[in-house]
Design a protein around this ligand. Structure first.
Ligand code: PLP
Length: 463
């Protein structure tokens, strides 16, 4: 969101003053108003491209889980399909067919039992997927309460304090009380017993994350489910689990196929993932799948016309380019299970190499995680007298364009300040070695400048 700027009386920064020697543009261009006359396409292109050069280099952005590299063939397919609106199923039935194939592929990737009619859809990302999954939990809980003649006005959702901000949004937008399981030193995500202890008859569900944003660790989905089984036996509460597998949903099936976190766990009623994270597609695609039709209340589903018939849809927005879904299907065909496993194993190996090299070469660095699950790891600066903090290091790494966020952990562990590095496809061993050399250079600088005054905060990171 942005506020409207005051632009009284020709302030200098109210105009762009591009100076091109070719003289293609003679007048100033208003910054916050639409210009009266247009300009040549090349000029508009140059002005905007020049501004965008000031953005960070996406490949050096080690903060983001979101894809920054795709193959040229995928890019070509995306260019050829971004003029199609994915919601127009009637006009673009083959795109709808491709989306349906993706939902099928993903449901099977997450071990949907063959006798269940799983339902799913693409979204703009995991945030929209989380909203949809949360709404389904809420509606189902309300219905159960009404059927039982019980009040349905104080719903709550149980999750770890390390939850991604989309779940806070869900709770705020839909008036659901968020119940956070706090962290403890050594337990930096949801604990199963702690989650069950916060549940009551008003709990619409428990959210477990496959790939905590703070440190990349997986939450114990099966264990949470077992604790909820126990709760059901003891108190008769039947509480569903939603798995937010924003990043892990496209990692665990390939690297840890034995790990039971998905529809193999009977209490898991829905799962979301970001196609634009380890689904390896450029930003703008997420997925959500429900175990069965019963898990998705009918009243949330709207019909749109399709080949003269009707097709069910469930989404928050309407129009969206088809290109991201097409690119997801490209990756499924192009890579197959073996290809995904290869790409992700390479990312994980690079993350492990980087984390352990840092820890072995620099005794002041302590790993909070090592990148062995989601290929992302967090580390702190241990020595009290180190003379610098993660915030200093994060700042100095920017001198060559590396963007490595630094932030404090949440409630109960606020004293823990970490940096986090996310390894994505395209970040290879060579780049990892360059980054290691830059770490060494900065750590040597801090050692040589004891007069440096450490900064205690300063990150713009918002999980
Ligand atoms: C665990 C988790 N959930 C949800 C999200 C939101 O995902 P998206 O950016 O696809 O909306 C993220 C993003 O980092 C995440 O890590």
């Amino acid at each position: 969101m942005y506020a409207k700027k005051k632009i009284a009386g020709g302030e200098p920064d109210s105009y762009l003053v591009p100076a091109y020697a070719r003289g293609a543009l003679e007048s100033r261009v208003p910054r916050y108003r639409m210009p009266q006359a247009g300009m040549l396409p090349e000029t508009a292109y140059d002005i905007i491209r020049d501004e965008l050069m000031l953005d960070g280099n996406a490949r050096l952005n080690l903060a983001s889980f979101v894809t920054t590299w795709m193959e040229p063939q995928a890019e070509r397919l995306m260019r050829e399909s971004f003029d199609k609106n994915i919601i127009d199923h009637d006009e673009y039935p083959q795109t709808a067919e491709i989306e349906s194939r993706c939902v099928n592929i993903i449901a099977r990737l997450w071990n949907s039992p063959e006798n269940e009619e799983a339902m799913g859809t693409s979204t703009i990302g995991s945030s929209e997927a989380a909203m949809l999954a949360g709404m389904a939990l809420l509606k189902r809980w309300r219905q159960r309460r009404r059927d039982a003649g019980r009040p349905a006005d104080r719903p709550n959702l149980v999750m770890g304090i390390n939850i991604q901000v989309c779940w806070e949004k869900f709770c705020t937008y839909w008036d659901v009380e968020p119940r956070y399981v706090p962290m403890e030193t050594g337990r930096y995500h949801l604990g199963a017993k702690e989650a069950a202890a916060l549940c009551d008859e008003n709990t619409i569900g428990v959210v477990a994350i496959m790939g905590s944003t703070y440190d990349g660790s997986y939450e114990p989905v099966a264990e949470v489910s077992r604790e909820l089984d126990r709760l059901e036996q003891e108190q008769g509460l039947d509480i569903p689990v939603h798995v937010d597998a924003a990043s892990g949903g496209f990692i665990a099936p390939f690297l840890e196929p034995e790990l039971e976190w998905d529809f193999r766990v009977p209490r898991v009623c829905s799962i979301n993932a970001s196609g634009h994270k380890y689904g390896l597609v450029y930003p703008g695609v997420g997925w959500v799948v429900w175990r069965s039709r019963e898990a998705l209340p009918e009243e949330l589903v709207f019909e749109v016309s399709y080949l003269g018939g009707k097709m069910p849809t469930f989404s928050l927005n309407f129009s969206r380019p088809a290109s991201q879904v097409v690119a997801q299907y490209y990756n499924f065909l192009r890579l197959g299970r073996d290809g995904y496993r290869r790409v992700l194993a390479t990312c994980r190996d690079t993350a492990l190499y980087l984390s352990h090299s840092l820890a072995e070469n620099h005794p002041e660095i302590r790993l909070v995680s090592d990148g062995g699950q989601v290929p992302a790891f967090a580390f702190s600066i241990e020595a009290e007298d180190a003379g610098f903090t993660v915030f200093d290091l994060s700042q100095r790494l920017r001198d060559r364009g590396w963007q490595v966020p630094a932030y404090h952990f949440p409630r109960n562990c606020e004293q823990l300040a970490v940096m986090r590095i996310v390894v994505r496809e395209g970040f290879n061993r060579d780049l990892a070695d360059v980054l290691l050399a830059d770490f060494r250079r900065h750590l040597e600088w801090f050692a040589a400048h004891p007069e440096h005054r450490p900064r205690r905060s300063g990150s713009h990171f918002r999980h």
